[in-house]
Design a protein around this ligand. Structure first.
Ligand code: CDP
Ligand code: MG
Length: 732
């Protein structure tokens, strides 16, 4: 199978996906070269590394059956027919019939709400229509997506449909990755990126149209964007605003945008048979796998889509499934497993869109991303365990966690609908009908009402929006959460007592990071270790995919990992050591293999770090490396993360200092066996217990030194270190 090599790294240049997509085309084109070449092609593909692309291109070209120039000609004509086929596909989308009507409506109204079934062509077609109608002569068309994978993959698709290179006329922009150029007129981006663009261009002057897509997802950034675009539309009558959504929340959007007209695109939808389980499933993952295999063995052709909650779960499911398929013997038709989640390497993303070969069946293991953001053709069966991972936030403690939560009825219906796009479908809900009718909420609570708002508040303050309580929110956040965000920003010295942005805050806002991370970076100026701190920040932003631990080599992997923890330096500094050691080997891939480190993640960290370095320059912080002064590095970390401090209890658990709560060091931490008295942590994750992930030891007096307005001496006095009662033993 092609695209199977998990080690093939992200390419370093900003046009990485462009190359990946080209590979994809080559892969497709060769199918017509004859079976011999096809085979070679697939064999090659198992070992694709970025520097081998040229080699693959060459091997396609020098097929023994054809002379070079024949191959070239043939490839050109093939590309031509592929292009024509794409144009046919474009015309067959439900959207196409309404093209002119839609353009008329856009011409006539400044703000338009567009509603259409998922897969009808809103995201891929509307920006192209606008381009064809000449809007891009006046400025870019921007289209926002709540998810980065969607932004990338849709941009890739549209560039193909337009027959241009990704990054030229059609590009995308996601955090730490800008694949656009001066030529770019259709720009797909995450909603968070457009939000950041307001900082540099408060009236979005370079845009002629802004399309806030997937509006029904109601992400935090989308909700804030609503307020901002609504505001600029008032003084920019030339700016067109499109709010597009897959569900029937349209009235709500219309009301919010001063009764903007609603353009409905009638979708085609085939009937979907819904099946429920008779009793609740104890283990939904297992139930999902069993159901998928049952469908594969007993049901007529058609691909399967399974909704799972996250990368780890998807990887586990993939592994178990592969194992069980082997157990089924060779009589069973081929089952192609395609995972899709936010961090899936780009070169694997294209795979889910490849048509399933005759006689085989595809099973897509997806997160919520396949609910509405991405449409995969050919899905006939949907398996819905009824859960997703959702952020929840406790404004009292300021703690945020990702929890596996039951989905809403609206989500369940979207999921089911994915099976009826191209023909009648079936949806297997792994919960009871009673659960569906009685336990599921009607709609998902918008993110703004269940998240930490510090980031957004800092952003709005930087935009000069001070009166947050009266910001035009579609659904206002709880005022407690707003206050908590203001408090945190004040504690981080980003705001002064009057709630005004300080110089520190202004600098922090330049970084597309969580305010605590930004503060850690800004503080590194004082401790003269900015170079080290941005490496740590870059590594932290990659998440948990740095180390890998194959099942059969866990001991080796753990040993390799512990090398970086020598001296119990703590997880942050261990991450720094990983990064610097890799850099010393001149970013060697081999070194990564030897140390059980994911080269792909490291490359992402390097990209991120490069960008942070550029931002340091922007806020005029000198790049200084000081890797041996661990205290300086730890103090910088503490400057950002002091609200996340905890002290050891007698029983080996920890208690957070402010808003006391019992927490534990995550078993993956280098300090899990060490148990220092005082620690500062990066984040909390709730699994079986409330765990601190990425932990570093600190000295309690630092807390008072660094954040005197936040901690008093009494907060950090250890009962065991408390000496004599006050007043005694002093010469006063
Ligand atoms: O936005 P909406 O859900 O209305 O539809 P779309 O994303 O524009 O999708 C229109 C068509 O393009 C669907 O048939 C998708 O399968 C296809 N598409 C694709 O083949 N590859 C992508 N990366 C994105 C969309
Ligand atoms: Mg869409």
């Amino acid at each position: 199978q092609r695209y199977r090599d998990p080690t093939a790294g992200d390419k370093m240049n900003p046009f990485a996906e462009q190359e990946a997509w080209e590979d994809h085309q080559i892969g497709k084109a060769t199918l017509n070269f004859g079976s011999k070449n096809k085979k070679r092609m697939s064999d090659d593909y198992q070992f694709v590394f970025e520097d081998q692309i040229e080699f693959i291109k060459a091997s396609v070209m020098d097929g023994d059956k054809f002379a070079d120039e024949h191959a070239e000609l043939r490839e050109m004509s093939m590309a031509q027919s592929a292009f024509e086929k794409l144009q046919e596909e474009r015309k067959s989308l439900p959207m196409y019939r309404y093209r002119d009507e839609l353009l008329d409506a856009i011409e006539k109204y400044q703000v338009l709400v567009i509603v259409g079934e998922t897969g009808s062509g809103k995201t891929t077609q509307i920006p192209q229509y606008l381009h064809e109608a000449g809007y891009t002569k006046r400025g870019k068309v921007g289209c926002t997506q709540p998810r980065r994978v969607a932004a990338m993959s849709v941009a890739a698709r549209v560039s193909q449909e337009m027959g241009v290179k990704l990054g030229h006329e059609v590009g995308y922009s996601i955090r730490f990755e800008d694949c656009t150029s001066d030529k770019t007129v259709l720009k797909y981006m995450t909603d968070g990126m457009l939000l950041r663009e307001f900082l540099g261009e408060p009236d979005l002057a370079s845009y002629s149209v802004v399309m806030v897509d997937e509006a029904h997802e109601r992400t935090l950034s989308t909700d804030i964007l609503f307020g901002l675009v609504k505001d600029i539309a008032r003084f920019r009558p030339d700016l067109k605003l499109l709010i597009s959504s897959a569900t029937l929340d349209a009235e709500k959007f219309s009301d919010y945008f001063d009764s903007a007209p609603i353009f409905k695109i009638p979708g085609r939808r085939y009937p979907v048979e819904i099946h429920y389980t008779k009793a609740p499933e104890a283990d939904y993952l297992d139930a999902a796998i069993v159901t998928a295999l049952q469908i594969h063995v007993t049901q007529s052709p058609g691909d399967i889509l399974v909704f799972l909650t996250g990368q780890e779960e998807i990887e586990t499911a993939e592994e178990i499934m592969k194992h069980r398929i082997r157990g089924l013997g060779t009589k069973i038709a081929e089952l192609i497993i395609c995972p899709i989640y936010a961090n899936l390497p780009t070169e694997l993303q294209a795979k889910i869109f490849e048509p399933t070969p005759e006689g085989a069946r595809k099973v897509v293991l997806a997160t919520n991303i396949a609910e509405t953001s991405l449409t995969i053709d050919g899905i006939k069966y949907v398996i819905d365990p009824g859960f997703c991972k959702m952020k929840s936030y406790n404004p009292r403690t300021g703690m945020e966690s990702l929890l596996v939560t039951p989905i809403s009825k609206a989500s369940a219906n979207q999921r089911a609908g994915r099976s009826g796009r191209t023909g009648p479908g079936k949806c297997f809900r792994l919960y009871t009908a009673y659960n569906y009718y009685n336990d599921l909420d009607d709609n998902t609570v918008p993110e703004i009402q269940r998240t930490n708002l510090a980031n957004v508040v800092l952003m709005l303050k930087s935009l000069g929006i001070h009166d947050l309580l009266h910001f035009d929110f579609m659904d206002p956040p709880p005022s407690e959460a707003l206050l908590k965000a203001l408090e945190l920003l004040f504690a981080l010295s980003a705001l002064n007592k009057l709630g005004e942005l300080t110089k520190v805050g202004r600098r922090m806002a330049e970084f597309p990071l969580d305010p605590m991370l930004s503060k850690m970076i800004v503080a590194s100026e004082k401790y003269k270790c900015s170079d080290d701190i941005i490496s740590i920040a870059a590594m932290l932003s990659i998440g948990n995919s740095i180390f890998y631990r194959p099942k059969d080599k866990q001991v080796h992997a753990d040993n390799a990992r512990m090398n970086f923890h020598a001296g119990n330096v703590g997880d942050h500094i261990a991450l720094l050591k990983v990064y610097s050691s890799w850099k010393e080997t001149n970013y060697s891939t081999q070194w990564c293999y030897e140390n059980y480190i994911q080269v792909r993640s490291m490359k992402r960290a390097r990209d991120t770090r490069d960008q942070l370095e550029g931002l340091l320059e922007r806020v005029e912080i000198e790049l200084i490396a000081n890797p041996n002064d661990l205290e300086a590095i730890k103090k910088s970390i503490t400057s950002g993360f002091f609200p996340h401090s905890a002290r050891l209890q007698k029983n080996g658990s920890y208690r957070t200092v402010k808003h006391p709560q019992t927490v534990h060091i995550h078993p993956s931490s280098g300090l899990a066996q060490v148990l220092p008295r005082w620690v500062v942590y990066h984040e909390l994750v709730l699994t079986s217990k409330e765990y601190m992930r990425q932990v570093t030891e600190l000295k309690p007096e630092w807390l008072v030194e660094i954040a005197p307005h936040y901690y008093q001496l009494k907060d950090v006095e250890d009962s065991s270190t408390k000496k004599m009662p006050r007043g005694q033993g002093r010469a006063s």
